[in-house]
Design a protein around this ligand. Sequence first.
Ligand code: SF4
Ligand code: SF4
Length: 96
Amino acid sequence: MPSIRGSIDIAIEKCKGCELCVVACPQESLQMAKEINKQGYHYAVLLEDNCTGCTNCALVCPDAVITVFREDKKTKERIPVAEISKVTSDITIKVN
Ligand code: SF4
Ligand code: SF4
């Protein structure tokens, strides 16, 4: 079990199925779903409970659909650490 617990949210309806996040994840936590989204793409899903919140997946996602969280050890609160937005104009990358 990793010492830092992380988790991610994937906006699956916006995923284009490029698989870059799957390759970039050092924990091998991500896989492509067998199901397809409304755009017709297989989307990425978090399968393993071993995410460290490293942010790799969010940084490589060309469609900026992944938000990464790390868990506060005391409160168990999910704290956002990487959120990419505005990819169609001036890109904003925020890594805490
Ligand atoms: S934050 Fe890091 S460990 Fe967690 S799913 Fe993304 S690439 Fe994998
Ligand atoms: S990198 Fe982004 S668009 Fe590509 S499969 Fe992962 S979540 Fe989907």
